[in-house]
Design a protein around this ligand. Structure first.
Ligand code: NI
Length: 132
């Protein structure tokens, strides 16, 4: 694969964020980090489609905060046609780990996952999908 070089102009603040990202994720340089970010956002777009897929949404949250258990439950009821099963693990006194198996159109699963992951107080959330 041919590697091309190009100049980039961005605000100092954005560059600082990039350097933090490079450091935190132990990329050898900025180029590798930018490559990773481009690749990831491209993969994200590919999933905004009508393909039938199956996957899982993983959520990690503190159930004491923001009535999260109820809110996450309400959203799953709204999208019950996409949810196959939900596993809720009480990780510790505060933390819950929820794994939600899902099946449906990629764009619908992405929408469902976005709503869950963006709930205030969710510490970590991720959707993984695969063509069926
Ligand atoms: Ni719990």
């Amino acid at each position: 694969m041919t590697v091309k070089r190009f100049g980039v102009s961005i605000e100092e603040e954005a560059l600082n964020k990039l350097d933090t990202f490079v450091h935190d994720n132990q990329f050898p340089n900025r180029s590798q980090a930018i490559r990773f970010l481009i690749e990831n956002s491209y993969i994200g777009q590919k999933w905004q489609c009508n393909n039938e897929v199956a996957g899982a949404i993983v959520l990690l949250y503190d159930h004491h905060k923001h009535d999260l258990s109820n809110k996450a439950g309400d959203i799953q009821h709204e999208y019950h046609h996409l949810v196959i099963s939900t596993q809720h693990i009480h990780l510790s006194h505060d933390l819950c780990l929820e794994t939600i198996a899902v099946k449906g159109k990629a764009k619908d699963l992405t929408n469902l996952a976005d709503q869950l992951i963006s709930l205030k107080g969710v510490r970590h959330g991720k959707l993984v999908m695969s063509r069926t």
